[in-house]
Design a protein around this ligand. Structure first.
Ligand code: NAD
Ligand code: UDP
Length: 334
């Protein structure tokens, strides 16, 4: 089976490419490196000792997509490509709507044209907005608070409409919770060039001395220690979730939505303490005001993905902290 992976040089995409190759899928990858580095492609090959076809290009380029589908017999698609920075989406909404929506619509049109009607799409727990209760189930009401989240929700609607119009489609909408960690080789991981927005990349930069301390956004939330609680999932577990999703997509039709999380919530302080103790390193921090738009707590009910996909995350917080630190130290020395 040959899977077309968009955004395959990115954080989650690269780990998923490794899992696909390890599971004997052939892959065809596209990325425009707008948020990733060229050498990731070689690192995927180094980890798996396997080769694959790579196109440097933009998923908004429909002619290129047609060329790729002409040159390769594709069985299914995993669509990661998109912009993902919440703050940037607020200041540059058109850039987000253009990139995330146009790429997806072009991709779906070309898939339709080539009669490839099987896709797994990267959505996000952000579409749950501020949930009324926890844990979060897939049928909870949906809302968004920023353009990034709105692009995800709009694409989910497009995919649902597409299936309604043509029941030959097979679609898995995957709502990720908070992926952290890195491949255990330390060769691939998440390493933003700018000052990171997300918690773990920020902690990683503090750990290696690139930033002097972590700002913890609020300690007056309704959680066990007052700091925000999230469902952190190891990126390798998340990548394995895509294998389960693509297996399901390949053998059935339908449009289904799945949470990919662990079901366990950890606070910011839980993460800081675990990172310090697992890696024997100090993470100085300061409690500052809340970050606008943040919610108290968010964690998945992972029952549906266990039942229907057979997916269960197996890595623990210790693995996530160890692998994150290993990756950042290794990339610093390269
Ligand atoms: P990432 O930025 O590391 O990866 C996305 C990749 O897509 C990058 O390599 C980027 O260069 C590429 N890309 C972007 N626009 C493109 C385009 N038009 N054409 C070709 N390539 C393009 O992000 P990630 O963390 O790996 O996330 C992957 C997907 O999962 C995204 O759609 C993101 O919104 C979604 N998601 C991520 C998280 C998270 O916390 N990381 C959570 C929920 C959902
Ligand atoms: N957070 C923090 N300091 C940071 C970045 C994040 O205290 O520098 C907190 C944030 O308020 C939230 C949690 O860490 O409670 C996870 O934030 P992240 O941005 O990683 O994920 P998201 O909020 O998108 O779930």
């Amino acid at each position: 089976m040959r899977i077309f992976v968009t955004g395959g040089a990115g954080y989650i995409g690269s780990h998923t490419c490794v899992e696909l190759l390890n599971n004997n899928y052939e892959i065809v990858v596209i990325d425009n490196f707008s948020n990733s580095k060229r050498d990731v492609i070689d690192k995927i090959k180094e980890i798996t000792k396997k080769d694959f076809v790579f196109y440097e290009g933009d998923v908004t380029d429909k002619a290129l997509l047609s060329k790729i589908f002409k040159e390769n017999k594709i069985d299914a698609v995993i669509h990661f490509a998109g912009f993902k920075a919440v703050g940037e989406s607020v200041s540059k909404p058109l850039m987000y709507y253009h990139n995330n929506l146009e790429s997806t619509i072009n991709l779906l049109e070309v898939m339709n044209e080539f009669d490839v009607k099987k896709i797994a799409f990267s959505s996000s727990a952000t579409v749950y907005g501020k949930p009324d209760s926890l844990p979060i189930k897939e049928d909870f009401k949906l809302s968004t608070t920023n353009p990034y989240g709105t692009t995800k929700l709009m694409i989910e609607m497009i995919l649902n409409d597409l299936y309604k119009s043509d029941n030959e489609w097979s679609i898995a909408i995957l709502r990720y919770f908070n992926p952290i960690g890195a491949h255990e080789s330390g060769l691939i991981g998440e390493n933003p060039n700018d000052i990171p927005n997300n918690l773990m990349p920020y902690i990683m930069k503090v750990a290696v001395g690139e930033l002097d301390h972590l700002n913890i956004f609020g300690n007056d939330y309704d959680t066990h220690d007052g700091t925000g609680v999230r469902d952190y999932i190891h990126v390798v577990d998340l990548a394995k979730g895509h294998i389960k999703a693509i297996e399901k997509v390949l053998k059935s039709t339908g449009c289904d939505t799945y949470n990919l999380g662990t079901g366990t919530g950890y606070s910011v302080l839980d993460i800081v303490k675990a990172f310090e103790s697992v890696n024997n390193v100090k993470i100085p921090y300061e409690i500052v005001g809340r970050r606008p738009g943040d919610i108290d707590a968010c964690y998945a009910d992972p029952t549906k993905s266990l039942k229907l996909l057979g997916f269960k995350a197996t890595k623990n917080l210790e693995d996530m902290c160890k692998d994150s630190y290993n990756f950042v130290r290794r990339s610093k020395h390269e």
